[in-house]
Design a protein around this ligand. Structure first.
Ligand code: SME
Length: 159
């Protein structure tokens, strides 16, 4: 992040909750959150959701903002997302070039964070963010994303 200031995550948390409420009726809350956070956080270059399909041990791509990706279905265990699905915990990757089990979404991506979302105590999917900067994500991003995950959970489908 260099000398750049951190985003105001407290006000972004309020903005996320407002977008979820605004999109509730048309069921577009998650898409509005993708749009908000790629617009407001300069180093969130790709922001999307993967939904869990537990019986198939598969992640399926949900709403996202950023370059289209080929990775619309990811088996548990494959890539950063699939590894996070197995561990059911946050996976912060400072330099994707140093990862062997990684699925490239775009050649521009340098770092990534994946945060699990739980609904009713069960793993329901995840938030996935790519950055074009190396080492873009800090504990402040992790705390912010883990903090909004419970707000997002009711909008994840039960597949
Ligand atoms: N990089 C991810 C795949 C998802 S795309 O980044 C959108 C991974 O390694 O699982």
């Amino acid at each position: 992040m260099g000398s750049e200031r951190l985003p105001d995550f407290a006000s972004l948390t309020r903005a996320v909750r407002a977008e979820l409420e605004r999109g509730r009726e048309r069921n577009v809350g998650l898409q509005l959150v993708c749009n908000l956070l790629t617009r407001e956080v300069p180093y969130y270059d790709w922001f999307g959701f993967y939904f869990a399909v537990p019986v198939e041990r598969l992640l399926v791509l949900g709403p996202f903002e950023g370059e289209p990706t080929n990775h619309v279905r990811i088996p548990y265990g494959t890539g950063i997302c699939g590894q996070s699905a197995v561990s059911e915990s946050t996976f912060l990757v400072s330099d994707v070039g140093a990862q062997e089990n990684y699925l490239a979404c775009s050649v521009h991506v340098r770092s990534e964070i994946v945060v699990p979302v739980f609904a009713g105590g069960a793993f329901a999917g995840q938030i996935d963010i790519d950055s074009h900067r190396v080492n873009a994500f800090s504990d402040a991003d992790r705390a912010f994303l883990e903090g909004i995950a419970p707000d997002l959970a009711p909008f994840f489908p039960r597949i």
